[in-house]
Design a protein. Structure first.
Length: 423
């Protein structure tokens, strides 16, 4: 077994999955996170783990951590529907159509970010996870080893440094200074409505829905059902702000940024709610009740940004994964799953290098070549979805609605689309 040490910058989903996978394989790894406690970066919203993400997570995590994940995923998944603004089905899939006969490692899962984070942290002690380590830059020695430099003056040296430090990655900024993130020209306003809600239609409290109106804008809805089990406090003694026992219907309205008033991202929740209600005038009562009954404190607006494709670069002792290289819009729901795929692919390549099957630099270059292909394909898919959501063209919407009705009527097309949802 060839020994080398991996430094991971960033304890996000992809960085932690890689760390767990390497530790499981006996490869020395240390992860550095700029926040100071395990609860600093916890979030309470739902995240969709698709079959590819589930398989990657299963293969990276040790069995106790995988079971911890399964114990806390949502109690129900529901189906997926494409509907008009009047809440009439264009195409709807039942849950069993989306993942027929799939075992837990190849299924769709609705997970709270808190529950997923705690599963990823399972078993990582202070020797592996270094908190309060704000990465500033790296340097490469003549012998090819790489040193990470941190804001407090400390350093760490290893054989490979992996930038998993998110969309504003400092590692990417040094490695690929020409890589850019751009404003897509799309703005999203999102919020959540507490459940139960007897006044909401069943499909809004059971299924995920994509609303495709004849006119401008689009609306996405989903549901967070309670975790099967409460997530216990971590071994470091932090008190986790966990509330995964409440159910919510979650929604997001998207349209072209130029159609909104200046300063929209600074508006308070009540004003954003009223803005969405104004833009959905004439839509179904159920959809408008979903927005109207949402807690204003949960409503916010963001400008949607996306990475631009990057061509091949010379492989070395520094690489990237997840949002640090292929940050994408949320309009396809595959960003976290793509990061998990990166982690699993890099894990497998590094295990092969550890066995002596190939040199470390070839393991890294092979990972980067494959990752660029599917990673930037996912970026393009999510960008197309975002631009469709913000398009005011009625002809394109009419054509898409026609395609959905056609798929509904042709069983082979229906089966193919159902199994590909969220991929």
């Amino acid at each position: 077994m060839t020994n080398f040490h991996v430094l991971v910058i960033g304890a996000g989903i992809g960085g932690l999955a890689l760390t767990q996978g390497l530790r499981r394989a006996g490869i020395p790894v240390t992860v550095f996170e700029r926040t100071r406690t395990r609860t600093d970066w916890l979030q309470g919203y739902r995240i969709h783990i698709n079959p590819a993400g589930s398989r990657a997570l299963h293969d990276c995590l040790p069995p106790p951590a995988w079971q911890r994940f399964l114990d806390t995923v949502s109690t129900a998944g529901g189906g997926f529907g494409f509907v008009t603004e009047h809440l009439r089905d264009l195409l709807r899939f039942a849950e069993h159509e989306i993942t027929p006969d799939a075992g837990p490692a190849d299924a769709h899962h609705g997970a709270s970010r808190i529950g997923l984070r705690e599963a990823l942290l399972t078993g990582l002690d202070d020797e592996v996870l270094h908190l309060g380590a704000e990465f500033e830059r790296y340097s490469i020695a003549p012998d090819g080893r790489v040193t990470a430099h941190f804001a407090d003056g400390s350093t760490a040296t290893g054989d490979l440094l992996v930038g998993a430090d998110g969309a504003n990655s400092r590692v990417r900024g040094q490695l690929l200074p020409h890589a850019r993130r751009v404003d897509t020209g799309v703005l999203a306003i999102a919020g959540k409505h507490r459940l139960p809600a007897p006044d909401l239609p069943t499909v809004l409290v059971r299924d995920t829905n994509m609303v495709i109106p004849a006119g401008r804008g689009s609306l996405f809805t989903s549901v967070w059902h309670p975790d099967r089990a409460a997530v216990p406090a971590d071994t470091a003694g932090d008190s986790l702000p966990l509330d995964t026992s409440s159910a919510y219907a979650i929604w997001g309205f998207g349209d072209a940024t130029a159609t909104f008033p200046p300063g929209v991202t600074d508006l308070p929740g009540p004003d954003l709610r009223d803005l969405v209600l104004e833009r959905t005038a004439g839509w179904s009562t159920g959809l408008r009740r979903l927005v109207e009954g949402s807690d204003p404190a949960t409503i916010n607006a963001i400008r949607v940004r996306s990475a631009t494709p990057v061509g091949p670069w010379e492989a070395g002792p520094v690489t990237l994964l997840g949002d640090a290289i292929h940050n994408m819009t949320p309009m396809a729901g595959i960003g976290a799953n793509t990061a998990l795929r990166d982690a699993d692919l890099l894990r497998r390549r590094l295990i092969a290098a550890g066995r002596g099957d190939l040199p470390l630099h070839r393991a890294v270059s092979g990972y980067e070549e494959e990752m660029r292909g599917y990673g930037f394909a996912a970026v393009a898919q999510s960008l197309r979805n975002a631009r469709m959501a913000a398009s005011g063209g009625r002809a394109g919407r009419y054509a898409f609605r026609t395609v959905l009705r056609t798929v509904h009527a042709i069983p082979p097309l229906r089966r193919r689309m159902a199994t590909g949802l969220g991929s």
